[in-house]
Design a protein around this ligand. Sequence first.
Ligand SMILES: [Zn+2]
Length: 483
Amino acid sequence: MRYLFPLFFLFSNLIIAQNDTYQLIGAMLAETPIEENLQELCDEIGGRVTGSKANEKAVEWSYQKFQEAGVSVRKQAFEMPVLWLPESTQARVSGALDFQPNIVAKYQTPPGKYQGRLIYVGTGTPQEMEPVLEQVRGNFVLVEMDLCLDINGLFAEYAAATTVENAAQKYGAKGIIFMSSRPKGLLYRFITSKATDNTMPQFVMAREDAKRCMRTLQLDKQLAINIDIKAQTGDAFTSENVIAEIRGSEKPDEVVVIGAHLDSWALGTGANDNGCNVSMMIDIARQMKKLGIQPKRTIRFALWNGEEQGYFGSWAYTREQARQLDKHIMALSIDIGSGALTGFFTNGQAKLIPALEKVLAPVQALGEFTHLNIPIVGTDNFDFMLEGVANLVGNHKPASYGINYHASSDTFDKVDLKTLKTNSAIIATLALGFANLDEKDITWKRQNRAEIQEIFDANKLEFTMRMFNVWTPWVEKTRGRKE
Ligand SMILES: [Zn+2]
């Protein structure tokens, strides 16, 4: 009996933990308000650019949803460096053609009126710009873009745009007009590689309109463009993350963070990017609380703000939590829409893979998972990676994410609601699994600066980090772990 009792105690704990997991999976898959919440966020509040009234509404709305779920919640204020709220962009092409192309400004294009010749430069590489050097100076380069149909296409587009920007800057162009990478007049908002520091006017023109101009220019005819962009601009301002938590029962100071960004661009209504996963975070917190689940470690549900301009909300969180980051077991970011989850990016910490496989065992019937130890730059895991905290990014089937990315078509009707439910069960299981992991299964620890640098070097990440304006702050130690 003396030997049996502790064993029994151990098993009963294990059984409770397993029961919690299976109950949670059942609850996530059963009918919940996840869809209704998403519809409210997208249709009623709409696109929510950080700094806008709609964004403030979204903060209040999500804060209230967590409160209604009965979990403790707070707002974390942080500073955004600069305000840029787009209002309208109008253009007129004149010369050999006369028409009004559909066009939108990229983030941080200074508002005002611009005029110049349109210069066709192919895909905008330095080799293509050099022969027309004299014409490029002081004018607008018109750049051809490949079709973007999925996430790989998106990264290729960011990379191509960065090369064009560098060349346009070098040769003194007044500005850049990118052909839209999506057909049928679809427009979308992009940041430039200088992000909040951008000063060069840059635009995306409807693919068909851009092609019309290009065909004309290739006949050696001349075109000019007039652009009028209106935007509300301003200095630094305060934004807020919304952070809820369920406190750990055994190790409350150890933390698992799962997050999605609350802000969006506003051509569409931020449905696949990233309203669907905001709604998921709220629903996971709600179902855990409803079932009275007590994780061993604290689970935080973070709705980040200021993501689109450079992950400012999650960066602020890592600064606020600087002294607690050693105790952050894992930070998960979910930001690639509502296609089926195919596994997780482990961002340079391969030791996470056995733990992932273990915690995902209860949901193995819901998907086949392949985990990739590739570092992702471009969403809210980034500052955790920069701080050496173990971090994951959900990887998804492309579904309709890429084609609608940041576009006017990213609306509620594009979300795969059925898959979103399945994904929510997987993410809930993962969060609870990490929060309940045995000490012996946590084989990783926070990385130091040299180890983080090693990931960047091994993956040749400098260009990618420059694409998002985050390489210099890392090198200058104004962002990320200092030693
Ligand atoms: Zn996103």
